[in-house]
Design a protein around this ligand. Structure first.
Ligand code: NAD
Length: 363
């Protein structure tokens, strides 16, 4: 039976990347029924000024699975991020970003194979902020001082960092479950509990509680600054890293850099009953419509989707075909070549052609 999947092409380079990915996914032999849905600035006018139409959310809820291209967030002008809006509306609390070295990728590192799990709904991303100089900020400063809090200066802007027991427990339960299902043996909690005792401290305490309930998987923890150093010195010692929202954002780009850059970094967002697969990178608007952007991250996100749909064998074949094309080194986009103006670089759709040819050999 065909898998019914919501397909959100997105904007910028999104439509060409998702089209290349749709082609390689279909070349695995798995059958799909694509439910193509709009989102982004370009569709706002048709949907009453809404860049994230209800029909798109309804489609993801009904199908449970979506493949999504990147979507631009224009700077300023009251346009909230569709990407953040989507994660919030569907309560997709877990963002999973596997970072794996493929032979042939140009990187300082050759032996990375770890997974970043980022809590997606709390922390400094909740958007509870008080602007410097406003009555609210002054009132809050007064309240803090009345409780014995000492501020070096009173002309402050304030961003709130909430981390809850409930949110922390569900992300660690997800992480241990993910580790078990994916044959991983160790989970590492990342934090700054030595400084933020009541937010990161809570995170570490609850992580330890959940670890004790899952003692078939090894558990350790690292302070975030030490974690950064460890990652560049001994990445092979880590398997699954679990981070609050902000550290997760920063370290997933660090790890993307370790495996060859944004063009190689796939991702997935999970809620209890939905999963949306999208690359780590954005819409790279300067390359839109030029058949230039690297489709690997979008395709590897599609490979993660195949695994999620229990199409394990097809996922394995697609990953091998991608890996072969990378190792051979000829059918790659500009960003994977020795220099950015390498004349042998091919376009987005030619990468898809090369992968489809490899899949054909194996079928
Ligand atoms: P970006 O990821 O689009 O680009 C960063 C750099 O990486 C650019 O030089 C770009 O050309 C390059 N790059 C990105 N993807 C590439 C690819 N597939 N192949 C080759 N090169 C690639 O980040 P940005 O410029 O900060 O953001 C552009 C827009 O995307 C913004 O509006 C941002 O809000 C949005 N964005 C969307 C998502 C998402 O849809 N989940 C994520 C991040 C950023």
């Amino acid at each position: 039976m065909a898998h019914r999947v919501t397909l959100i092409p997105g904007d910028g380079t999104g439509p060409e990347l998702t089209e290349a990915t749709r082609r390689v996914l279909e070349a695995t032999g798995v059958e799909f029924e694509w439910d193509v849905q709009p989102a982004g600035e370009e569709v706002m006018a048709e949907h009453g000024g809404n860049p994230l139409p209800d029909q798109t959310l309804e489609s993801i809820r009904a199908n449970g699975v979506a493949l999504k291209g990147p979507i631009t967030t224009p700077v300023g002008g009251g346009f909230r991020s569709v990407n953040v809006g989507l994660r919030k509306s569907l309560d997709m609390y877990a963002q999973v970003r596997p970072c794996k070295s493929y032979p042939g990728v140009r990187s300082r590192f050759t032996d990375v194979d770890l997974v970043i799990i980022r809590e997606n709904t709390e922390d400094l991303y909740v958007g509870i902020e008080y602007e410097e100089g406003t009555d609210d900020a002054r009132e809050l400063v007064g309240w803090i001082e009345s409780k014995g809090g000492k501020l070096r200066w009173r002309d402050v802007g304030i961003s709130i960092k909430p981390i809850s027991v409930t949110g922390t427990r569900r992300i660690f339960e997800f992480a241990f479950d993910y580790a078990r299902r994916n044959g991983r043996k160790q989970v590492t909690a990342v934090h700054k509990a030595n400084i933020m005792k009541f937010s990161d401290g809570l995170w570490l305490r609850v992580a330890r509680e959940v670890a004790a309930e899952n003692d078939d998987i090894a558990f350790n923890d690292r302070i975030v600054d030490n974690m950064c150093m460890q990652l560049v010195q001994r990445p092979e010692e880590y398997e699954v890293l679990v981070l609050p929202n902000l550290y997760g954002d920063v370290l997933s780009d660090l790890c993307a850099g370790m495996i060859g850059g944004l063009g190689m970094a796939p991702g997935a967002n999970y809620g209890d009953s939905v999963a949306v697969f999208e690359p780590t990178h954005g819409s790279a608007p300067k390359y839109a419509g030029q058949n230039k952007a690297n489709p690997m991250a979008q395709m590897l996100s599609g490979m993660l989707m195949l695994r999620h749909l229990d199409q394990t064998e097809a996922a394995h074949r697609l990953e091998s075909a991608i890996s072969d094309v990378i190792r051979e080194g000829s059918s790659l986009t500009y960003d994977m070549k020795p220099t950015r103006d390498d004349p042998t670089a091919v376009g987005t759709s030619e990468v898809a052609d090369a992968i489809i040819e490899k899949l054909g050999v194996r079928v």
